[in-house]
Write a protein that binds this ligand. Sequence first.
Ligand code: BJW
Length: 248
Amino acid sequence: MHELVDRLRQPDARITVLTGAGVSAASGVPTFRGADGLWRNFRPEALATAEAFRRDPGVVWEWYAWRRSRIAACEPNDAHRVLAGWSHRLPNFKLITQNVDGLHERAGSEKTIRLHGSIWEVSCWQGCTTSPRRWRDDTVTFKEMPPHCPYCGGLIRPGVVWFGETLESSVISQASDAAICDVFLTVGTSAVVYPAAGLIEEARRHGAFTVEINPEATPATPSVDLALKGGAETVLPEIDRQLKSPMR
Ligand code: BJW
């Protein structure tokens, strides 16, 4: 931990944090792959796909509506707050998230690189030409399920990235740029979903000191320079406390 804090203190240190569902666990947002992440025994790989939506848009929208209502009732936790603080205090800080819940933004993080979109955005499933490419929609209880496009009357879909879909190229290039850094922390992710999981290796190739914060081991654990076992909501505030305390 001391070595990490010393590195974070370097005035020009380029610091990048990649977050996953685990940072929002203490807020009450279910993770994807823990036992509590399962919704009616569906695995995310069975619901977060265009094929699943094509087959049964109703069931996929029910999952998203359930998650919207869970997230709307949640508040950011100390992990989100520490990262928001770093985004303002540390000059070369970048935050990449796989999360679609918007809790980093609600905690005050700015310019977050959102790899997988936002659960609070939607787009026209038919891709009608009268609608914007994607728009914000904070509805928690839709009047009709599945909900329809206000522009063409067809279906709308959640503004997120499903398995088999490519991430926006501008987002990929921002994330790859952010992986060129001095310290790379991977926090609360199972590190199994690509291309996000590949960013850890990319950072190491660029010479970054790599750190994982997670209560469980992941495929990334054996290869990081430092694995801090614990919840993001306790480990990040402890790092922040040491960072703010007078130098040893
Ligand atoms: C705590 C905690 C606490 C708990 N504190 N921690 C290369 C190799 C193999 C496969 C591929 C590859 N490249 C692409 C693929 C295919 C695929 C993929 O990765 N498949 C793997 C499953 C094998 N990737 C894609 O399809 C991506 N698209 C793409 O690459 O396009 C090009 C392409 C297409 C096709 C073929 C090849 C190339 C798109 C991926 C989109 C992922 N989408 C989802 C859904 C988003 C929308 C939604 O939210 O509904 O994103 S799936 C889901 O997983 C979601 C998450 O962002 C993502 C990652 O999950 P995350 O965040 O890691 O959560 P969990 O639950 O897995 O883990 C939580 C962790 O927290 C655990 O470790 C806990 O221990 C920990 N924890 N409490 C800290 N308090």
